[in-house]
Each structure stands twice: as structure tokens, then as C-alpha cells.
Design a protein around this ligand. Structure first.
Ligand SMILES: NC(=O)c1ccc[n+]([C@@H]2O[C@H](COP(=O)([O-])OP(=O)(O)OC[C@H]3O[C@@H](n4cnc5c(N)ncnc54)[C@H](O)[C@@H]3O)[C@@H](O)[C@H]2O)c1
Length: 337
């Protein structure tokens, strides 16, 4: 079996996917500069190289020395708010370094390339659920940086026959490995970790951005997909790429949305604690509803999320936060090499 290079494999989704790949028998090489990731999140059985995706000679060396023929590219900055404040940081880290990475991979013989893309490439949805054919009109530099990489890959696919897949995730959530690998971003901007940090009294309250959207309870609606389901989806895509994929882009979501207040209510039930919150003004650029039309993926890959309902996702996230109230700062190691 060929080797897989996983960029950003010390991060949240990358570490869970690297672990699933290793379990499925793939030989996995992770590259991560640990700017956001955690050494403790690295699973057993993977080779870890601390380095930057923009380092062309390192990438070529890794591809040659580990005989890599496929890449899953998770490494990126992904804070929408920060991308408004520092667009150059996002274009540099996500787009320019991403282009260097892709070029180095193609030059050294990589044949398959999977990109972590995002619902942010769609911008404000014109229809719900959002199909892959929706116009691609990002509304923030983060979304533009990801769409830029999709275009670069499309071009390499035409000119060099690179097999490409863009997996457009909606909201990743939950924890893996019985709650031992979970979400630990700094700063944390994702709703579910913020809710449980508040339950654990690490925060005073949850700020709910916008209570006046045109939704049943006035709060924004999002599609939450469990990180383990995401990881499994990547393996299905990698396996299918060998024979060519009918499409380049696939939405990864469960196809059902929950409002912020619904998530809060379910989270209180999942952890048995009261979670204070306050509704404040909307955040710039937050669409009222983001829900995936996931039918392309579910049909082509005969895939259904194992964590199809919100409660299961929240219970799994709570397992992680309860035991790791300070994230990986607790110093627990899970077999990093
Ligand atoms: N978390 C979500 O809900 C979500 C939704 C849509 C898309 N995505 C995308 O999925 C991917 C993974 O997201 P995540 O939540 O796991 O993020 P994360 O921040 O936990 O992981 C990203 C990893 O990439 C590493 N990294 C960043 N820049 C690097 C560089 N130049 N060189 C080497 N390593 C670098 C970081 O150290 C980190 O370990 C990202 O590309 C993100 O844009 C995430």
C-alpha cells in the first residue's frame, strides 16, 4: 500500500483522520508546523515531521523518501474573523504556501490530492440545502483562500492529470478515540467547545451572535458533522480516487441544521449542567443558515453519518471536554512519536 502525506495532521480533523488511516493499514506521514496543532494529538503509528507546507525542498524530500503518492491537505488557518483582520496572513499561509505544496507534490510524482475545503466557498447561500453546484462567491478572505486552492488544483488536474477532490466541510464537531482526541483551537471560535468550556466555568457565558435572523428561533442554523464521520469520508474518497472520481467537489455535512439555541439546549441535557448565555449582535458575514445538500456524497459513496443526530455528537464532545477542560494543555499524551 502506498504512503499518504497528511498535512496539518496534528490539528483537530487531521489528527483524527491520520489515526483512522493508520488503523486502516495505510502508512501515514504527517507534516505540521505545530503553529496551531498539538504534538499530543498525533496518533500512534504515524511518522511525524515538524515542518512547514511552504518548504518546497522538505516536501519533495518527504515525497521521495517516503514514496508518497497521495496527499490529504488539512494544514491551514481557518478563523473567519481573523481573515478579515489579516487577509495577507490567510493568502500567504493558505494560498501561497498551498500552491508551493501542490507544485512540489506534482513535481515529485504525487498522483492524488485531497483538499480540506469549506462551506465558506459558497458565500451567502441562495438556496438551502446548498448543493455543490451553488455559485462560488466567498464573503471572506478565508473562503477566497480555499477557493483559490480549488482553482489551482483544477488547473493541475487539467494540465498534469492530477486526481483531485475538494471536500467542503460544514461544521466539524465531536471527539474521537473515546474522548481522547478532541477540539482544542486557540482562540476557540467554534460553538460546541465554547458551550462546554462555559459549562466547565472556563468562560462566564456563551455569546450568541444574532437573535433576529429569519429562522424559527431567531438564531443561526448550522450543519454539524462528527469528526469521525469526516475521517471515514476521507478514506472512502482516497480509495475511490484510484479509479477516478466522477466529481471534484463534495459537500460533507449531515444535511440537517440546528440553531444555536437548539445546540445549547441539547448540550445542557448532554452534560447535565446549566449553561448561561446572552444574545448579542450578529457577527459580520455570518449567514443565517448553512446546511449541506450531501446527496452527491451519500449516493456516490454509499455513506451515511454514524453520528446522525446532534445529541450523539454533543455527548462525544462532552467526553473530551470533561476530561480535558484545558484541552491538550492538560499534558495528556496519546502516543505521539
Ligand atoms: N473545523 C471545521 O469545522 C472546519 C470546517 C471547514 C473546513 N475546515 C478546514 O479543515 C482543515 C482542518 O481544520 P481543523 O479544525 O482541524 O484546524 P486545526 O487548526 O486544528 O488544524 C490545522 C493544522 O494545520 C497546521 N498548520 C497550519 N499552517 C501550517 C503550515 N503552514 N505548515 C504546516 N502546518 C500548518 C496547524 O499547526 C494545525 O495543526 C483546515 O484546512 C480548515 O480550513 C475545518
Amino acid at each position: 500500500m502506498s504512503n499518504i502525506l497528511v498535512t496539518g495532521g496534528a490539528g483537530y480533523i487531521g489528527s483524527v483522520t491520520a489515526r483512522e488511516l493508520a488503523r486502516a493499514g495505510y502508512r501515514v506521514v504527517v507534516i505540521d508546523n505545530l503553529s496551531k496543532g498539538h504534538r499530543e494529538a498525533l496518533p500512534e503509528g504515524v511518522t511525524f515531521v515538524e515542518g512547514d507546507i511552504g518548504d518546497v525542498s522538505l516536501i519533495k524530500k518527504l515525497v521521495w523518501s517516503y514514496d508518497v503518492d497521495r496527499v490529504i491537505h488539512f494544514a491551514a488557518y481557518s478563523l473567519v474573523g481573523e481573515s478579515f483582520e489579516k487577509p495577507e496572513l490567510y493568502f500567504e499561509n493558505n494560498l501561497i504556501k498551498g500552491v508551493r505544496l501542490i507544485g512540489a507534490c506534482v513535481e515529485s510524482g504525487v498522483r492524488h490530492f485531497v483538499l480540506s475545503s469549506t462551506a465558506a466557498v459558497y458565500g451567502d447561500p441562495l438556496e438551502i440545502p446548498i448543493p455543490e453546484s451553488h455559485p462560488l462567491t466567498p464573503k471572506n478572505p478565508y473562503g477566497f483562500s480555499k477557493l483559490g486552492l480549488e482553482d489551482v488544483l483544477r488547473s493541475y488536474s487539467q494540465t498534469h492529470g492530477l486526481n483531485v477532490a475538494f471536500l467542503r466541510y460544514f461544521n466539524a464537531a465531536g471527539a474521537a478515540s473515546g474522548g481522547m482526541i478532541g477540539e482544542d483551537h486557540a482562540p476557540e471560535t467554534h460553538l460546541i467547545p465554547i458551550i462546554f468550556q462555559t459549562a466547565l466555568k472556563k468562560r462566564e457565558k456563551v455569546y450568541v451572535f444574532g437573535g433576529d435572523y429569519d429562522t424559527p428561533d431567531g438564531t443561526a442554523i448550522r450543519d454539524y458533522i462528527h469528526v469521525q464521520d469526516l475521517a471515514r469520508a476521507h478514506i472512502l474518497v482516497l480509495e475511490a480516487m484510484e479509479n477516478g472520481l466522477p466529481h471534484e467537489a463534495y459537500n460533507l455535512g449531515v444535511g440537517r441544521g440546528y440553531s444555536v439555541l437548539e445546540v445549547l439546549t441539547e448540550a445542557q441535557e448532554a452534560c447535565g449542567l446549566t449553561i448561561p448565555y446572552e444574545i448579542v449582535g450578529r457577527r459580520v458575514g455570518d449567514p443565517p443558515v448553512l446546511v449541506a445538500d450531501n446527496r452527491r456524497f451519500t449516493r456516490e459513496f454509499d455513506w451515511q453519518p454514524e453520528y446522525g443526530n446532534l445529541r450523539d455528537i454533543l455527548v462525544s464532545a462532552w467526553q473530551w471536554h470533561r476530561v480535558h477542560p484545558d484541552g491538550y494543555g492538560n499534558g495528556e499524551s496519546h502516543g505521539a512519536i
